[in-house]
Design a binder for this molecule. Structure first.
Ligand code: CA
Ligand code: CA
Ligand code: CA
Ligand code: CA
Length: 418
């Protein structure tokens, strides 16, 4: 028997792939729960993962599709990346296709945009309310542009003025809680104008419908507390009846350092933990960093050998910013200092990314050179930093990868360099 030619094999695989995706797309727009499942308001609040809608209707023009680690909708135009990392319950819905990505794309009323609530792609959730009253609606959404940041809210198939035109302006490119209504005067929205009035105890249906296609929707919270602001992923879901499926699989954010280090074969890197630790005053902090214990030491020094080809390199030092002071890092080659660097302060406990890297351009490095990093802890007057750092990256001058390297991490896929 003659062996199959490679071309044949490829064709066969391709056909199967297409069939599989079509079947999967359909499944990603269907409810995961039946209409017996009822969420429950307790103590004036209820939080719901939007992927647990029991009904989706009016889907001729646009449809909500679920995205999770293993579920990736392919539904026409959809230019933004996956945003599963940091989504509550590791899953979210996106309304697709996203035909209006920028202001220059044609606005088609009733198709890629609608100011009329309850007309396109309506999601429904059953909630048992124990406490009648006014409930402010908070929604966790991920917006990447100006044409994917609007939504409408309804109650029991009635779409009132205070559920129209929910709007996000700040918090681009990250999951962001908001509760504002767009008005003609204030396009970025007015707080406390998006609410539902629950007049009677018992089961009500809360609904959402499209305003702009490409909207990404993670979770919503109804609260009767005017001062409430959600933090992190918001409260847990509470149920009156039924059982939710198991949580979606977690998606870990790839390490920032490994992502940029793997961006090209021309990039050489030495991670902090590849430097020796013994007798240096450093310790290994988690899987990626070296750090100093401020109770024991103020300074630490480590040296390793540069084993890559001799050349001129752009050297990027990948630091970690901390919130209790600024650490200082000094880099030397064969005991000759090339410079020092202090990452800026951050509001978070620690943070990494392009804002916390530094660069020494066009530096001669020879195979066998001794590379030394000295860290000094910093302080805010009360607490001390830990002099954390991540590693160093070497990029050959000739190919100039800096525009690529000088980027922040995006999520999931390692093709992340913009
Ligand atoms: Ca998308
Ligand atoms: Ca859009
Ligand atoms: Ca989107
Ligand atoms: Ca979710």
């Amino acid at each position: 028997m003659r062996p199959l030619k490679l071309g044949n094999i490829v064709t066969i695989l391709f056909t199967f792939t297409c069939l599989f995706l079509e079947a999967q797309n359909d499944a990603l727009s269907l409810p995961l729960i039946n209409n017996a499942l009822t969420f429950e308001e307790q103590n004036g609040s209820v939080a719901i993962e939007v992927e647990y809608f029991y009904l989706q209707s009016l889907t001729q023009k646009r449809k909500w599709f679920r995205t999770s680690k293993e579920e990736l909708p392919k539904m026409g135009r959809d230019e933004d990346k996956l945003h599963v990392y940091d989504a509550s319950n590791n899953a979210y819905l996106e309304i697709l296709p996203d035909e209006r990505v920028t202001h220059d794309d044609k606005l088609i009323h009733g198709e890629n945009f609608t100011n009329e609530p309850g007309k396109i792609a309506v999601l429904s959730y059953k909630i048992k309310f124990n406490t009648p009253g006014r409930y402010y609606v908070w929604v966790g959404a991920f917006s990447t542009g100006g044409e994917d940041n609007g939504l409408h809210i309804g109650l029991n198939n009635i779409w009132l003025e205070n559920g129209r035109q929910m709007q996000w302006c700040t918090g681009k490119n990250q999951w962001t809680w908001e509760s504002k209504q767009r008005t003609n005067e204030i396009h970025c929205g007015v707080p406390h104008k998006i609410y539902l009035d629950i007049h009677k105890k018992g089961i009500h249906t809360v609904q959402f419908s499209m305003r702009e296609d490409g909207f990404e929707f993670d979770k919503f919270i109804l609260t009767n507390d005017t001062n409430y602001i959600p933090v992190e992923k918001g409260p847990e879901t509470t149920l009156a009846q039924g059982e939710l499926p198991a949580s979606f699989p977690e998606v870990k954010m790839p390490s920032y350092f490994s992502t940029i280090a793997k961006a090209s074969e021309e990039i050489k890197s030495i991670a902090a933990q590849e430097f020796p630790v013994k007798d240096t005053n450093f310790y290994k902090n988690g899987k990626n960093w070296l750090a100093i214990n401020p109770k024991k030491h103020e300074q630490a020094t480590t040296t390793t050998t540069f084993n890559f080809q001799s050349d001129h390199y752009d050297i990027i030092f990948v630091g970690v910013a901390e919130n209790d002071g600024k650490s200082t890092f000094t880099i030397s080659i064969n005991d000759i200092e090339i410079g020092s660097y202090s990452p800026k302060l951050t509001q978070r406990l620690f943070e990494e990314g392009k804002k916390f890297n530094t660069l020494w351009e066009n530096t001669a490095l020879n195979k066998g050179d001794k590379i030394t990093v000295t860290s000094k802890i910093g302080s805010d007057g009360e607490k001390w930093t830990r002099g954390r750092w991540y590693g160093k990256i070497y990029s050959k001058r000739a190919i100039n990868l800096l525009p690529k390297l000088n980027t922040s991490i995006d999520l999931i896929k390692p093709t992340i360099l913009i």
